[in-house]
Design a protein around this ligand. Structure first.
Ligand code: HEM
Length: 153
């Protein structure tokens, strides 16, 4: 009897794990290429935020900056999913504005990189605030609002 219970538990756990895996795959499959780049950027940005004031970590901070720049440069070549919700006549301007926002962001990354290379951590920390501002503006203008995204999904 005990073995039977154990088997039932084992089968249930396996079924649950497979279900979770399938769900995970489905979520990844629906992720846009831009979202993938943003996820890369996000992880490096968070790490950078934790160590920006610590000059002894500047070598790693510069690695995070490089990851952010690579992701942002790739993002510049992509288009936000929200474009589809914009009237056709306004789409070109929408994409041009997005690219301008992303270029401004990359410009601030370059400044932050220069500050870190010069060992100016206080200046780098200020520039991180500029990146946050670019993020907030970028998301407000170019990212689908979450409720709309859920409805669409
Ligand atoms: C520190 C800077 C930034 C961080 C940490 C960040 C982070 C993120 C994250 C976590 C997502 C959601 C990804 C997902 O759903 O898997 C996202 C989406 C998005 N972000 Fe950013 N972001 C930043 C800057 C920017 C900038 C500067 C822009 C535009 C100029 C931008 C435009 C977008 C857009 C359009 C989406 C939706 C993706 C799509 O349409 O496919 N982000 N971002």
């Amino acid at each position: 009897m005990k073995i039977r219970n154990l088997l039932v538990t084992l089968v249930s756990v396996l079924a649950l794990a497979t279900g979770v895996q399938a769900q995970d795959k489905a979520a990844k499959a629906t992720e846009t290429e831009l979202e993938t780049k943003m996820d890369d950027l996000n992880a490096a940005y968070r790490k950078l935020g934790r160590e920006i004031n610590d000059a002894s970590k500047n070598a790693d901070s510069l690695k995070q900056v490089a990851i952010i720049k690579t992701a942002a440069t790739a993002a510049l070549k992509l288009e936000p999913a929200k474009k589809k919700e914009i009237p056709a006549a306004d789409q070109a301007k929408f994409v041009a504005d997005y690219q301008a926002g992303m270029k401004q962001f990359i410009g601030n990354i370059d400044k932050l990189e220069a500050a870190l290379k010069a060992g100016k951590n206080a200046e780098a920390a200020e520039l991180l605030k500029a990146l946050k501002h670019d993020q907030e503006e970028g998301h407000k203008q170019f990212r689908k609002d979450k409720k709309a995204k859920k409805k669409a999904a």
